[in-house]
Design a protein around this ligand. Structure first.
Ligand code: ZN
Length: 597
């Protein structure tokens, strides 16, 4: 055991001293803006020669890109940290608005750069990107060029961007506005109170079934009261998206989300089919859980119910050393890195008022350091969160020498390192459990996550694909939307539940997000992809770390199929890999069923 006491408060001053009033930050922001303007001017004055001579100018542009992008990311990350540690930091809000406007300028310039790339002929492009120094950047550059080619003309796309503000993103904002006003009545200690959506949602993990059932009844009613308005928002949001796709000549609604996640449709289909084939084991778990709760079948509101009443408390110091010890069993680099992160105060974990909720990990690319934010109150799930965020930080560390253009990984691989780190700690916790009760609580926690990713997310995916198909034929009524959701849930949960949640579509923000379409399947992909790598790590033992880090370095510059082939020698379009990954989940369930016989 370590004698050192780690600080629970992070050190941000090494990034910029003085918080939101920091003169260094102010100077840095001015420099960043100058870098962006310079990049923008250079992009706009570029006249491609359509020959190998373009290499020189393009490399210069990319150098400017790297500098501006790293600075912008660093400034944004710092301001994000300020806002999280003190939600009342007014100066930080105005700095945040500055970052938003700088981002807009930068993104427009990037769009313009991509358009310039399309002006180079295909054969010249191939020659350009096959040779040094552009070779290492060829995947991302070619991807950007292809994306630009698949879109409409520069002028038409600019018009779409303008119309999106009021005709697309505003539907998502309207959703947020409606939800912020929804109140859910609830009786607590004999007194009738009004819960916000977030507060009501938390009640679903209440150990008392009577509480959960009561909240659920009022929860469904509240969404039903607003369902017509929300259905209208969803219909128009989807209608806008479909119209743009049609104009661009894109027939499949999955085209864009698959491209963003750099994966083939057959990979997605294979993953879902393996999951469907293994649903029976998950159904058995839900049936057992029902028995343990003393009911015939579980209802929707039971899915997040905790198992048992164990309230083990783990101090931050204990949690930190438990993570360090178990990371060390996997690899030296991960253990050293984690120790460094604690020693250098990269973690903000103190339980105090005024902090933002939730947890995150953010990276400062100029300083090559990460910061982790969370509120540590001593629950076992806090230890998981801490391990999870350290996993993210390790991912950035593994990529620190990779060109910045090759560092922007998609959502489906973003959780690779975090899930991996969490698995190390979760498995160790189950193994070290003091008694069967504690072991079951920890196992149940793991399985609940599997149920969420293989059943709940599956329902979301089934619903969304079917909804978009219906929407192609015209507006879909509220009733029809409810029916689509109900059918999707029944299928995804293998008919294992007594009561479903047809208005789930209304209560889930993810269907109304306009930044990225299909905010669901990448979660499941990422989870199983990470479990597959974890299984490999266990097979190969300690020496696996080098290979693991090599995989992480490539996460943002390859198609996922190529990534898996290069580093794991597996074909993601075939079932084997997915079966192995789902097998890990099934094994947990097997153990749970055995222990609760
Ligand atoms: Zn994460």
């Amino acid at each position: 055991m370590k004698a050192t006491i780690y600080s629970e408060v992070w050190n941000l001053d090494v990034i910029f001293p003085g918080g939101s009033d920091s003169p260094e930050l102010e100077k840095f922001l001015l420099e960043t803006e100058e870098n962006i303007r310079c990049f923008e001017a250079k992009v706009n004055s570029w006249e491609p020669q359509n020959s190998l001579k373009d290499t020189h100018y393009l490399m210069e542009l990319l150098g400017d890109y790297e500098q501006a992008s790293k600075k912008l990311t660093q400034a944004g990350a710092y301001i994000g940290c300020l806002l999280a540690q003190n939600t009342k930091d007014k100066k930080a809000y105005s700095l945040d608005a500055k970052i938003t406007s700088l981002n807009a300028v930068f993104n427009t310039a990037l769009g313009s750069l991509d358009h310039h790339l399309t002006l180079i002929d295909d054969d010249v492009w191939l020659q350009l990107t096959a040779a040094e120094p552009l070779k290492d950047l060829s995947f991302v550059l070619t991807e950007n060029r292809e994306k630009a080619k698949e879109k409409l003309s520069k002028e038409e796309e600019a018009l779409i961007s303008t119309l999106e503000v009021d005709g697309y993103h505003s539907w998502g904002q309207l959703y947020d506005l409606i939800v912020s006003k929804i109140k859910i009545p609830f009786v607590e200690d004999g007194e009738k109170i009004q819960l916000s959506v977030g507060q009501a949602f938390n009640k679903f993990s209440n150990p008392d079934r009577v509480v959960r059932a009561a909240v659920f009844k009022n929860w469904e009613q509240a969404w039903s009261n607003h369902a017509d308005l929300l259905a209208k928002a969803l219909n128009h949001l989807a209608g806008f998206r479909l119209n743009v796709y049609e104009k661009r000549g894109w027939e499949d609604v999955l085209k864009e989300p698959l491209r963003i996640n750099r994966m083939e449709k057959v990979t997605l289909e294979t993953m879902w089919s393996v999951i469907s084939e293994n649903k029976q084991k998950l159904v058995e778990y839900l049936e057992r859980k029902a028995k343990l709760l003393g009911v015939k079948k579980l209802s929707w509101f039971d899915l997040d119910a905790p198992y048992g009443k164990t309230t083990t408390q783990v101090s931050f110091q204990e949690g930190a050393s438990f993570i360090e010890q178990n990371f060390a069993l996997f690899g030296e680099k991960l253990a050293e890195f984690t120790n460094h992160a604690f020693e250098e105060r990269w973690v903000e974990a103190e339980d105090r008022p005024g902090k933002a909720p939730g947890g995150f990990c953010t990276y400062f690319p100029v300083k090559e350091q990460s910061r982790i934010f969370m509120t540590y109150s001593g629950t076992p799930s806090n230890v998981s969160t801490l391990a999870h965020e350290l996993g993210h930080a390790f991912h950035s560390y593994a990529m620190r020498d990779v060109p910045f253009l090759n560092c922007h990984y998609a959502m489906n691989v973003a959780e690779t390192a975090s899930t991996f780190a969490e698995m190390i700690v979760a498995d160790a916790a189950v193994k070290n459990a003091k008694n069967i009760e504690e072991k079951l609580v920890l196992l149940d926690d793991k399985i609940q996550r599997t149920v969420a990713l293989l059943m709940n997310i599956h329902a979301r995916f089934l619903f969304e694909t079917r909804f978009y198909e219906e929407r192609k034929g015209g507006t879909v009524s509220t009733n029809q939307i409810n029916e689509l959701m109900l059918a999707a849930q029944k299928e995804a949960y293998g008919e294992a539940l007594e009561q479903y949640h047809p208005l789930f579509w209304a209560s889930k923000l993810h269907f109304f997000i306009t930044d990225v379409p299909f905010y669901n399947f990448p979660y499941t992909f990422g989870y199983l992809f990470s479990l597959g790598i974890y299984a490999r790590a266990i097979e190969e033992g300690k020496g696996y770390e080098e290979k693991y880090m090599a995989l992480l370095r490539d996460t943002a510059s390859m198609q996922v199929e190529d990534l898996a082939w290069k580093h794991l020698q597996v074909d993601l379009t075939q079932k084997d890999f997915w079966e192995k990954a789902v097998g890990i989940c099934v094994a947990d369930i097997g153990e749970f069923l055995e222990l609760t016989k």
